[in-house]
Design a protein around this ligand. Structure first.
Ligand code: 6R9
Length: 640
């Protein structure tokens, strides 16, 4: 049902079926309950099996180094897998893997348990101990999930690298955490082709001195013989052959590190975001249950890859912590045709579906034909993540996929927050484009530059005013940046999220993009400076400034302003007799440095870049020009 509120915003009310099924009956009451933050999260922590309960719920004595459930001992793998073996869920499907070639793998909780144990034992035999880090460069396949949980079981810190990133990115990430092991695959399926992942690792390993063993999943069947492998490489299957299928869980302190996941910030180097054990578990499981009203009969599908935070929290860990079946799909949304996702939903009866606005906008381009071919009645709730969802995409998702009966949970959160922070729950009244309100147990404010709270309808900085359990605990090897970027700007232990936002008179929050130089391209986070350094490392380039340019499908694309070295222009062959123009050569160069996630929209050659007196490039000025704001003669800025 739809009506319009006083602000001319469309309000969508949940239907009776959604309300009846929902475990939470009163949204406001639930939010109110969550205001007693410590009590709320402690109650939620009771859902798990602890080796030892915590001494304190939240320790704020050393801000911003908060501690949650300190003194407690727990293991996430135990709670996500082992404990279900003793229950009726033992033979329930934990992971349902499907790929674009039609292959299907179903792993019950009991099967998952045994696979995890074998890999855990194999890792122990390779000398991996509690606290060691293990890198992974794998497609969304069962071995990725099994390997992640195996690390968690023995207390090793996993660090996945999205399989669309380049060898340069792999080198940077593996060396930063000094991994002794990397688990990878020969390739991944994408639009009828096999993308070679092993060659990326081969190139990367030339520069990763700490890696002693490369574990290779023969995923696409490219390698048939041990003779194909190098000295420090071993097949995954070979590695676990003969391993026993039982393994004890490491007793983890609440604050022991669980994983490190790299993400982009506004300066060049990617940030190794550290998440720890107990608070993370409590945060993701609670928000998953609240936001998606999870029941035992749900079939959950999140399209988030485990190379990113959505995959960690809501494709892998939260569903398993609640004993849900999680579907993982390896393939593109439009292959063999743009109906593939709807076909899967119909075939398996998916009940809750979580994806990104960019994917929806991409599929919208093919019209309503494909979604109409399939019966999507099994769907009960939809979710969106990664960027604000524009009204057209919201409406298409609501009408074409949800058939006007499934509410859309627009979830705002970050790699750093670990869990959903601002999001409706299924019984909420929705305003498309607004992530609605802070979830129970979360406190948000929109503040000015000094950190003072702003009244409704004033645009400001999005801040989190109270600690939350799944919060990141630091940046690996970069404590200074942890403090500078997130905690120093506003006083009193308030977290600066890096987004701009506004709150309306009903308390609904409207996210309005980043306040820093972070771009979101097709939902992937990438820093302007990372792209600039990639350009600058090319011999033809003198200096670069990069901004995000609006794109109707991908949200943003890279627009690069380039000062080229003497004698170069973008439309000349890069080298004498070369058939590639410099423009194409640069595109290839940036892609090689950053991987296919860095999608170039436009390159323009300029003589000058707007700079501050201290020589910092003013991307803000370029952006304003791009958006048609007249800033007058910008050449004067240089002498500001
Ligand atoms: C989960 C994830 C975080 C940044 C965040 C914001 C943007 C994510 C959003 C959203 C508006 C939403 N973002 N969800 N903006 N509405 N529902 O995406 O993590 O990759 O770390 O990106 O994404 O700008 O600050 P991450």
């Amino acid at each position: 049902m739809v009506n319009i509120n006083s602000n001319n915003q469309r309000l969508f009310h949940p239907n009776d079926e959604v309300k009846q099924r929902s475990d939470i009956k009163d949204w406001d009451l639930e939010i109110e309950k969550g205001k007693d933050i410590e009590k709320y999260w402690a109650q939620e922590a009771e859902q798990f099996d602890w080796f030892k309960k915590w001494d304190s719920i939240l320790d704020e004595s050393n801000k911003p180094y908060y501690k949650w459930f300190d003194g407690g001992q727990i293991n996430l793998a135990y709670n996500a897998v082992d404990r279900w073996i003793e229950t009726g869920k033992r033979n329930k499907i934990a992971i349902l893997y499907i790929n674009e070639r039609g292959k299907e793998v179903k792993l019950t909780y009991y099967e998952l348990y045994r696979e995890v144990n074998k890999v855990a034992n194999a890792l122990l035999n390779l000398g991996i101990k509690k606290g060691d880090s293990v890198s992974m460069y794998l497609p969304m396949c069962p071995e990725l999930i099994i390997s992640m949980i195996a690390c968690t079981k023995i207390g090793a810190v996993h660090s996945t690298i999205f399989s669309g990133l380049s060898s340069v990115a792999v080198v940077e990430r593996v060396n930063d955490i000094k991994s002794k092991i990397i688990i990878t695959a020969d390739g991944t399926y994408r639009r009828g082709k096999i993308i070679n992942l092993k060659s990326v690792i081969d190139e990367a390993m030339l520069q990763c001195p700490t890696v002693q063993t490369v574990v290779l999943v023969n995923h696409t069947g490219r390698y048939n013989d041990v003779a194909d492998l190098r000295g420090n490489e071993i097949f995954y299957d070979r590695l676990i052959e003969g391993e026993t299928d039982s393994c004890d869980c490491e007793v983890m302190e609440s604050e022991d590190p669980l994983f490190i996941l790299y993400t982009s910030g506004s300066t060049g180097k990617p940030k190794g975001v550290i998440h720890t054990t107990a608070g993370y578990m409590v945060g993701i499981a609670t928000t998953f249950k609240n936001v998606f009203d999870i029941h035992d009969d749900d079939l959950w599908w999140s399209t988030g890859d485990a190379g990113w935070i959505t995959g960690h929290s809501y494709t892998v860990y939260a569903p398993l912590l609640l004993g849900t079946t999680t579907l993982i799909y390896e393939g593109a949304p439009d292959f063999p045709d743009p109906g593939i996702w709807w076909k899967i939903i119909e075939k398996y009866g998916v009940t809750k579906f979580y994806t990104a606005p960019t994917a929806i906008r991409h599929l919208m381009r093919f019209g309503k034909k494909y979604s109409k071919l399939y019966n999507l009645d099994s769907l009960k709730i939809l979710g969106s993540v990664g960027e604000a969802i524009n009204f057209e995409a919201w409406k298409w998702m609501y009408e074409e996929i949800g058939k006007g009966k499934t509410p859309i949970m627009d979830t705002w959160w970050q790699t750093e927050t670990g869990m959903h922070m601002i999001s409706p729950i299924p019984i909420a009244d929705l305003k498309p484009g607004s992530a609605t309100k802070p979830l129970p147990g979360v406190q948000i404010a929109i503040v000015d530059e000094e950190g003072k709270e702003l009244p409704p309808n004033k645009k400001g900085y999005l801040a989190i005013t109270k600690p939350w359990p799944a919060m990141f605990r630091g940046l690996h090897n970069d404590d200074e940046r942890f403090i500078n970027v997130y905690w120093e700007e506003f006083p009193g232990g308030i977290y600066r999220a890096g987004d701009m936002a506004e709150i309306d008179e009903d308390g609904y929050i409207w996210i309005q993009g980043r306040s820093d130089d972070v771009l979101k391209i097709a939902g992937h986070r990438i820093g302007a400076t990372e792209v600039e350094s990639a350009f600058n490392s090319h011999p033809a380039v003198n200096e670069t400034a990069v901004i995000g340019k609006e794109d109707p499908v991908k949200g943003q694309l890279i627009k690069a302003f380039l000062i080229l070295n003497e004698g170069y222009n973008l439309d000349m062959p890069f080298k004498e007799g070369n058939r590639f123009l410099l423009r194409e050569e640069l595109k290839r160069h940036v892609r090689h440095a950053l991987g296919p996630v860095a999608v170039l929209g436009e390159m323009v050659q300029v003589d000058k870049l707007p700079k501050t007196k201290s020589g910092k490039i003013m991307r803000r000025v370029l952006k304003a020009q791009e958006e048609g704001e007249d800033l007058g003669d910008i050449s004067t800025l240089e002498s500001d």
